[in-house]
Write a protein that binds this ligand. Structure first.
Ligand code: PLP
Length: 437
C-alpha cells in the first residue's frame, strides 16, 4: 500500500496524517451523537493522539460506508500470542541485530564441552546472564543455563527431568486455573508413563509427588502467581515467560530451582525459537540436556547466535539509556507501547456493558525505577450478561480469540492477544466499540 504514495511523502508525514484522520474517525463514527460516551470519546482521542500506533488506512476519517463494511468483514485472528508488535522497534534498530554467519561457521554439533549443556553457545549464555543482571528479574548465580528450541521444548525437558523412571505411576502435573492452554496437551500428548496431566492445582488433593507449573505473570490473565499446592513432595517449574518490565513491575530477582524464559515474549523473536532454563540442581540440568539431545541433538547454533545478538542489543539499550541518556531502552519503548494499547482497550471495553477486564494495581518496578502497571500480553476478556460463549460471540463479529475453556476456565472468558500488529489491534478496538454501540 505504502508504495502507492508519492516517495517524497515521508513515513512520519503519513503517520501524522493517519493519526489525525483516525482520531476524528473514531470520534465521529464510533461515538457520533452519543453524549453519554463523551468522556470515553475524549479519552480515546487523547490516547490515540499521543500514541505511536499506526492506524490502518482502511479505518480513516474519509472512509465510506463500503470501507466500514470492509473493516468489519475482515477476520482478525488474535488467538495466538504472536508478538509482531515488536517488529517496529527492531526495524528502527536497523543493523544492530543483523548477523552474518559464514558457511564454514557453526558447523559442529558441539558448542561448549565444559558446560553441562554441551550445545549451549557461550555467547548466548553470556548475554542471558548479562540481561538478567541488567533487568534484575532472575538470580543467575549458582544456576546452569540450559538452552531449548523455545521454552516449549524446555517445558517437556523439565517434565522429563523432574519425573522418576522408577516411580510406580506417572507423576501428576498441575497448574492453577486459568492455566496456559498448552500445558495439558504438552503433558499428555505422548501418553508418557512418566508424568500425567492432573488439572487444576487449586483442587489437587492427591498424596505423593507432583509437578506444579507456576506461570507468573500468568498466561492468560496476567496476574502474578505463586505455587498453590505447597506440599512436601512438590516439584516446581516456574514459567516466567512474561516476567519482563513491559508486562509487569519487576519486584524481585526470581530465585527458584527451575525457571524458564524465552525470547518469544521478552524481545518478540518467537520465530528464532530460543528459550532458556536457569536450573539449580546439576542432575536436573543434565537430564534436561539429555532430553534435548534425544529430541533434537542440541539447539540451532544459528538461532542461539541471533538470540545472543538480540539480547545484547536489549542490554546495550538499557545501559545506554541510563549511562549516556541515550535513546529509550527496548523495555521502556515496549512498556509505553503496551501502556497505550491497554488504555485504548479499557476505553473500548468501558464504552458499553458487554465486556469486562481484570483490574490490576500498580507497583514499584525496580528496573524502570517508577511505579508501573501490569499490562499483560493477553487480555482476559469476560462477556457479561447472558452471553455464555464469549468466543462464539466474538467469532460472530469475526474476531478470533481463544476460549476460556482451553485454560480450564468458563467459556464466558476469552484470551485476546495484545501483541499483534497495530492494524489488527486497532481493528479490535474499533470492533469492540462498534459491537457495543
Ligand atoms: C506461559 C508460556 N510458556 C511458554 C510458552 C512457549 O514459548 P516458546 O516456545 O515460544 O518459547 C508460551 C508461549 O505462548 C507461554 O505463553
Amino acid at each position: 500500500m505504502m508504495a502507492n504514495f508519492p516517495a517524497m511523502l515521508s513515513l512520519r508525514h503519513l503517520l501524522v496524517l493517519s493519526l489525525a484522520l483516525n482520531v476524528s474517525l473514531i470520534l465521529r463514527m464510533v461515538y457520533e451523537g452519543d453524549d453519554q460516551q463523551g468522556s470515553n470519546n475524549q479519552n480515546m482521542g487523547r490516547i490515540i493522539q499521543k500514541s505511536r500506533l499506526v492506524i490502518p488506512s482502511t479505518i480513516s476519517a474519509n472512509s465510506t460506508r463500503k470501507d466500514h463494511a470492509g473493516v468489519m468483514d475482515k477476520i482478525i485472528n488474535l488467538d495466538h500470542g504472536d508478538p509482531t508488535m515488536y517488529e517496529r522497534y527492531w526495524r528502527q534498530m536497523g543493523d544492530k541485530t543483523t548477523i552474518i554467519i559464514p558457511g564454514w561457521q557453526s558447523m559442529s554439533y558441539f558448542s561448549d564441552p565444559t558446560s553441562i549443556c554441551w550445545f549451549l553457545e557461550p555467547e548466548f549464555s553470556k548475554e542471558v546472564v548479562r540481561l538478567h543482571n541488567v533487568v534484575g528479574n532472575a538470580v543467575t548465580q549458582g544456576r546452569h543455563v540450559v538452552v531449548g528450541t523455545g521454552s516449549s521444548q524446555l517445558i517437556l525437558a523439565a517434565l522429563y527431568a523432574l519425573s522418576s523412571p522408577h516411580a510406580t505411576e506417572p507423576i501428576s502435573v498441575v497448574s492453577a486455573v486459568p492455566y496456559y492452554s498448552s500445558y495439558p496437551s504438552m503433558a499428555d500428548f505422548q501418553k508418557s508413563g512418566l508424568y500425567k496431566w492432573a488439572g487444576d492445582a487449586e483442587s489437587f488433593n492427591k498424596d505423593g509427588p507432583y509437578i506444579e507449573l507456576v506461570t507468573s505473570p500468568n498466561n492468560p490473565d496476567g496476574y502474578t502467581r505463586k505455587s498453590v499446592v505447597n506440599r512436601n513432595q512438590g516439584l516446581l517449574i516456574h514459567d516466567l515467560a512474561y516476567y519482563w518490565p513491559q508486562y509487569t513491575p519487576i519486584l524481585f530477582a526470581s530465585d527458584y530451582d527451575l525457571t524458564l524464559f524465552t525470547v518469544s515474549k521478552s524481545t518478540g523473536h518467537a520465530g528464532t525459537r530460543i528459550g532458556w532454563a536457569l536450573v539449580k540442581d546439576p542432575e536436573v540440568a543434565k537430564k534436561m540436556t539429555k532430553f534435548i539431545e534425544l529430541n533434537t541433538i542440541g539447539v540451532s547454533k544459528d538461532s542461539q547466535l541471533r538470540a545472543a545478538k538480540v539480547l545484547k542489543a536489549v542490554s546495550d539499550s538499557c545501559e545506554e539509556e541510563y549511562s549516556q541518556g541515550g535513546e529509550e531502552s527496548f523495555f521502556k519503548y515496549s512498556y509505553k507501547a503496551l501502556e497505550q494499547r491497554w488504555k485504548l482497550l479499557r476505553v473500548a471495553v468501558d464504552s458499553g456493558g458487554l465486556f469486562s477486564l481484570p483490574k490490576f494495581s500498580s507497583a514499584f518496578c525496580t528496573f524502570l525505577n517508577q511505579e508501573s502497571e501490569i499490562q499483560p500480553a493477553f487480555a482476559w476478556l469476560k462477556c457479561e450478561g447472558d452471553i455464555e460463549d464469549c468466543g462464539s460471540f466474538l467469532r460472530g463479529h469475526k474476531i478470533l480469540t481463544r476460549s476460556g475453556e482451553q485454560f480450564g476456565a468458563s467459556p464466558k472468558y476469552v484470551r485476546i492477544s495484545m501483541l499483534d500488529t497495530d492494524e489488527h489491534f486497532m481493528q479490535l478496538i474499533y470492533r469492540l466499540t462498534t459491537i457495543q454501540k
